[in-house]
Design a protein around this ligand. Sequence first.
Ligand SMILES: Nc1ncnc2c1ncn2[C@@H]1O[C@H](COP(=O)(O)OP(=O)(O)OP(=O)(O)O)[C@@H](O)[C@H]1O
Ligand SMILES: O=P(O)(O)OC[C@H]1O[C@H](OP(=O)(O)OP(=O)(O)O)[C@H](O)[C@@H]1O
Length: 208
Amino acid sequence: MDYLTLALAKGRTANNSINLLEKAGFHFDHFREDSRKLVFYDKDSLIKLIFVKAVDVPTYVENGAADVGIVGKDNIMEEQPDVYELLDLQFGQCKFAVAGFTGTGLDTDRTLTVASKYPAAAKKHFHRKGIPIDTIKLNGSVELAPVIGLADVIVDIVETGNTLRENGLTVLEEMEAISTRLIVNKASFTTKSDSVHRFIDTLKKGLE
Ligand SMILES: Nc1ncnc2c1ncn2[C@@H]1O[C@H](COP(=O)(O)OP(=O)(O)OP(=O)(O)O)[C@@H](O)[C@H]1O
Ligand SMILES: O=P(O)(O)OC[C@H]1O[C@H](OP(=O)(O)OP(=O)(O)O)[C@H](O)[C@@H]1O
């Protein structure tokens, strides 16, 4: 039988993902957290694990380079991949929010400038509200944008709120709840149906 390829987001949620996989009973040969290796195998369960940047997981899964993926809802909302989203893995919990200086009006006649790592999600949110915006794509330290005068507001992830507070900013509007999800390539869902379902059922045991 073929291996099922699992694309797993590197970074902040990687430890939780690995813990969940191990709790579910998967064991990857030679896996070490500090390793620079990017591919690991569970030869008993026939899972090939590839570590990729979080933002790239939807691309790997949509194109079938990976059959399944573990990634944050933030990246799914931004990339809008044509995949099935089948499980909420209950970690990496945070929120998408519009943030800025207290009192910044969102319902204004002028076009707001919104800085974000997630410009597509930001556009979609403001479009739904009928508010025109310009977006500026940043790749990190987004909270700097209003402070330095690059943007009126930001759309970003908020967990504890510490980053906002320490930069004198506040949540102006909460958006969606974010957590880590399991996504599945649409073709693999059919052509590798047995392996995909076995993987999902085993993963669910790790969630119990
Ligand atoms: N403060 C946070 N609290 C909880 N979950 C978070 C937080 N920040 C990010 N996440 C979740 O963890 C995922 C990975 O975050 P991480 O910061 O490692 O990735 P990244 O944005 O690709 O990082 P970088 O670009 O700095 O490498 C995010 O996609 C999101 O789902
Ligand atoms: O509400 P908090 O608990 O402070 O968490 C929110 C922060 O976490 C993320 O940043 P990250 O640590 O990924 O750094 P980044 O600036 O490189 O995106 C996010 O972009 C916020 O800046």
